[in-house]
Design a protein around this ligand. Structure first.
Ligand code: UD1
Ligand code: CA
Length: 463
């Protein structure tokens, strides 16, 4: 039996009121379509997955191309029935087709497999995955031949429901299985005499039944899995479901998450046991956090790794960087990409780092900019130290050896290197390399004018 999966992802998503194609909108840090493809790939290899693209086809294709799926272009989007019809050339040699919607992202692979097995076992021409959510409004409704029987008579869209059909609570999830032959033998009979003037795939239920084919329904165990995302509000409901799932998974592994409903944690994030995540923290991308860490409120960590025992105080941003064991970062620290903060270091308030490496035990406690810098171990960076790495055209490196002491408010004009064990006097502007174990001063000598202020005051009071 040859099986393919068709994913309908060509629509614009008018109800979103967005410039971006619906399937590119993200929940749980991942586009809707990628969620669907990731589930589909658990069932068939990507070369048997056909994504129907149309609206913003190039952008949609680019966003998921790396998964290895195939694409079918639906030039004009004339409805879900038309989307599947467009795939006919590409998939006609498969025996059976599973049709998924690009905007039903929480569907689990186990449910897809259950639909496939039920469809084969029932020897059906069409099997509809259904659910009975608390509020069925907006969904197509599934009319069974008789209550509890697997056979389906028809699927009726919300706008076409007759008054007595309003009470039907079983909804069409937009997920189906078809036997290829009867599907394509009858699909040309779809009509556009409906509220949207479109070819509805849902009408295949009535068409196939009328043609004497078997059409059945399978109810999903968990209605949440088949919720669609047609509006931003619906999408954010799904986002919350996904992220709560992630938070629950982490808590089951020994992570304490205070007020998990306030955190934004992407699905791929990993956190070690005995770590505490405070309210209103965001952990994004492929972030990995070790054991015994604490991340205080309002911190955003994106695609970064934190070793064990790290303390991140409130209001920090850490992006594409590494923080070593037992380091202390923050509050209000901005760690920009490609930074590497060593073991046992302190990076304090209003310190910005970019492509900067800070060696073991070094400290930059207050108000600094460290960019394109390689800083050794046991270094003290005084308050207000700036690496002047940019001349308006190019960027230059700063190298600071082990055990260096940089006095407060120093400007290090790159390219520059400060030798091991040296001291830079506070308030210096350093433009030339400093050898090891030296003292460098780069500031005007102080002069004192005795009684200057007293004399000035006397002069003013006289005039
Ligand atoms: C559809 C079903 C409805 C069901 C609901 C479940 C139809 C007519 N209705 O409604 O019974 O309850 O899903 O979520 O099918 N698409 C294309 N090309 C098109 C039109 C749509 O690829 O020409 C894609 C969309 O990008 C989307 C999917 O098909 O991913 C579903 O389309 P959508 O317009 O959202 O259908 P619903 O109105 O939600
Ligand atoms: Ca939809």
């Amino acid at each position: 039996m040859k099986l393919a999966i068709v994913i309908m992802a060509g629509g614009k998503g008018t109800r979103l009121k967005s410039k971006r194609a619906k399937v590119l909108h993200e929940i749980g840090g991942k586009p809707l379509l990628r969620h669907v493809i990731d589930s589909a790939r658990q069932i068939v290899p990507p070369s048997d997955i056909y994504v129907v693209i149309g609206y913003q086809a190039a952008a949609v294709e680019a966003a998921v191309k790396d998964t290895g799926v195939r694409f079918v272009c639906q030039e004009e989007q004339r409805g879900t029935g038309h989307a599947v019809q467009t795939s006919q050339q590409a998939v006609r040699d498969y025996d059976e087709l599973l049709v998924l919607s690009g905007d039903v992202p929480l569907l689990k692979p186990e449910t897809i497999a259950r639909l496939r097995d039920f469809h084969i076992e029932q020897r059906a021409a069409m099997t509809v995955l259904t659910a009975a959510p608390a509020d069925p409004t907006g969904y197509g409704r599934v009319l069974r031949r008789s209550p509890g029987a697997p056979e389906v008579k028809a699927i009726v869209e919300q706008k076409a429901l007759t008054p007595d059909q309003q009470s039907v609570r079983e909804i069409n999830s937009g997920i189906y299985a078809f036997r290829t032959q009867p599907l394509f033998a009858n699909i040309a009979a779809l009509k556009t005499d409906n509220a949207h003037g479109e070819y509805y795939l849902t009408d295949m239920a009535g068409l196939l039944t009328a043609a004497g084919e078997r059409v059945v329904a399978l109810e999903a165990a968990n209605p949440v899995e088949v919720l669609g995302a047609n509006t931003i509000a619906e999408m954010m409901d799904l986002d919350r479901e996904l992220r709560l799932d992630t938070a629950r998974r982490l808590m089951a592994q020994g992570v304490t998450i205070l007020r998990p409903e306030t955190t934004v944690i992407d699905a791929a994030v990993e956190v070690g046991p005995d770590t505490v995540i405070e309210p209103f923290v965001q952990l994004l991308g492929e972030t990995k956090i070790g054991e015994d860490c604490r991340v205080r409120s309002y911190t955003i960590i994106d695609s970064s790794t934190l070793a064990d025992g790290v303390l991140v105080l409130q209001g920090c941003q850490i992006s594409h960087s590494h923080v070593g064991a037992r380091a202390r970062v923050g509050p209000f620290t901005n760690i920009r990409p490609e930074s590497d903060i060593g073991e046992g270091t302190h990076v304090g308030n209003f310190v910005e780092m970019k492509k900067a490496k800070l060696g073991k035990g070094s400290k930059a406690n207050h108000l600094s900019y460290l960019g394109d810098a390689e800083i050794g171990s046991g270094v003290n960076i005084g308050a207000g130290t700036i690496t002047c790495n940019y001349d308006g055209v190019n960027k230059y490196p700063t190298v600071i050896g082990d055990g260096v002491f940089i006095g407060s408010d120093s400007a290090l004009v790159a390219p520059i290197s400060i030798g091991e064990g040296s001291y830079i006097a506070a308030g210096s502007t350093i433009t030339e390399d400093v050898p090891e174990n030296a003292l460098a001063l780069g500031r005007a000598r102080q002069t004192i004018k005795p009684d200057w202020a007293k004399n000035r005051k006397a002069k003013i009071s006289k005039s």
